[in-house]
Ligand binder design. Structure first.
Ligand code: GLU
Length: 310
């Protein structure tokens, strides 16, 4: 991709709670990256988890983006009505002989494998070698999830913020879930199918998803889909290095707007503490665009993993 080609970025909120400062920061950077190239933004509501997704949070997310001046150009697209597209991709992987049923429970997985590379569990391959007879026997007791068989595959890429990142899929990730036992397609599969169909060329999101990127790039390769560019922003953390979560009421958007009074004061504050702007003075996304440079941002960041919310 040429350096100045217009990029298509995306906002991909999961409507499981109200946005917090960290969500606003990644959306702001996604918007600035796309708009600084004359590009566009897609809004995709990631309501794959039907139980935890709530209609009120879908409305809130759209209103929050609008209030903050983070306009999108296409969408909203929803994951809840994309099952056919995910099923087609799943079928392609099955036809390649790469998918197998996994009967392990969460407890089995925790007992079988030591946490590796932070919190990520590497699947030890328990169900990989089951034969047909064993599979049908197990299927009588438990509906299986489905995993993608991965090999001794090396995936590396240059993240625009985090720099060079690599994983050996077999060693660092293991065979991963592409369909859950309740029939829902996994986030890794859905996000890859959606990014490709919606023409997304720039993915900007929290660094907590950095370790998922090799899985997604591997799926793109298997499905013949292009790789977008990636930029993983630091997480904004609460006190004591604890991640902000949608349960942190004081960092939720209502509370933030109460505290900062205007959207520009909030955006300016986030820009100041993250190094997007030299001061915490009020600023709109358009105003930040004038001096935005992703390379400068990464240079200004003191910590690439986390920024303390103040
Ligand atoms: N829906 C995810 C979230 O809200 C983001 C997924 C992604 O950007 O790939 O954290």
């Amino acid at each position: 991709m040429g350096d100045n080609a217009p990029l298509k970025g995306r906002f991909a909120p999961s409507p499981t709670g109200r946005m917090h400062a960290g969500n606003v920061f990644s959306a702001l950077v996604a918007w600035l990256v796309a708009k600084s190239t004359g590009g566009t933004i897609v809004l995709r509501i990631e309501d794959l988890d039907k139980e935890r997704s709530k209609a009120c949070f879908i409305d809130d997310a759209q209103r929050d983006f609008e209030t903050l001046g983070l306009y999108w150009d296409e969408g909203p697209f929803f994951q809840h009505d994309r099952d056919e597209a995910y099923a087609a991709a799943f079928e392609t992987l099955c036809e390649k002989g790469l998918v197998y049923p996994c009967f392990c429970t969460r407890a089995d997985l925790h007992a079988a494998s030591a946490p590796h590379h932070g919190e990520k569990l590497v699947y030890p391959g328990t169900c990989r070698g089951l034969d047909e007879a064993q599979r049908s026997l197990r299927a009588q007791q438990r509906t299986p999830a489905h995993r993608l068989r991965v090999g001794d595959e090396h995936i590396s890429f240059a993240d625009a913020i985090q720099g060079f990142y690599e994983q050996n899929l077999a060693r660092d990730c293991g065979d991963f879930i592409v369909q859950r036992s309740d029939g829902a397609f996994a986030y890794q599969l859905a996000v890859v199918v959606d990014d490709a169909e919606q023409g997304v060329t720039s993915v900007v999101r929290g660094v907590d998803l950095l370790c998922s990127t090799p899985q997604q790039m591997h799926l793109q390769d298997l499905l013949g889909l292009p790789h977008p560019s990636y930029a993983h922003v630091p997480l904004i953390v609460a006190q004591h290095d604890r991640r902000l979560s949608k349960r942190d009421q004081d960092a939720a958007l209502d509370a933030l707007l109460d505290r900062f009074k205007t959207p520009a004061a909030l955006i300016g504050h986030i820009a100041g503490i993250t190094g997007l702007a030299p001061t915490c003075d009020p600023a709109t996304p358009e105003e930040l665009l004038a001096n935005f440079d992703l390379a400068k941002l990464s240079h200004n960041l003191v910590d690439l993993e986390q920024i303390r919310w103040t």
